[in-house]
Design a protein around this ligand. Structure first.
Ligand code: ZN
Ligand code: ZN
Length: 77
């Protein structure tokens, strides 16, 4: 069993006894409800982690925008 002592909000330091801590599934930090960032039903420690999570899920292939760099073998002149 993990000791509850090392769990505390990354921001205010509240322990599990003082607040209901949750763990960020992106960076693994613990955070209290006061410092949680909610997005579409999930909770993260920060907006940045929420964005990282959703960007990791959606397979954004930005290679489609780099067409000009891949056509290096076709010189204009
Ligand atoms: Zn907190
Ligand atoms: Zn996080």
């Amino acid at each position: 069993m993990p000791g509850p002592d090392d769990r505390s909000c990354y921001n205010c330091g509240d322990t599990e006894g003082e607040a209901h801590l949750e763990r960020c599934m992106v960076c693994g930090k613990w955070f209290c409800p006061e410092h949680s960032f909610k997005q579409t039903g999930r909770r993260f420690c920060s907006a940045g982690c929420a964005r990282d999570f959703f960007w990791g899920q959606t397979d954004e292939d930005d290679e489609g925008e780099d067409d000009d760099t891949t056509q290096r073998d076709a010189p204009e002149r």
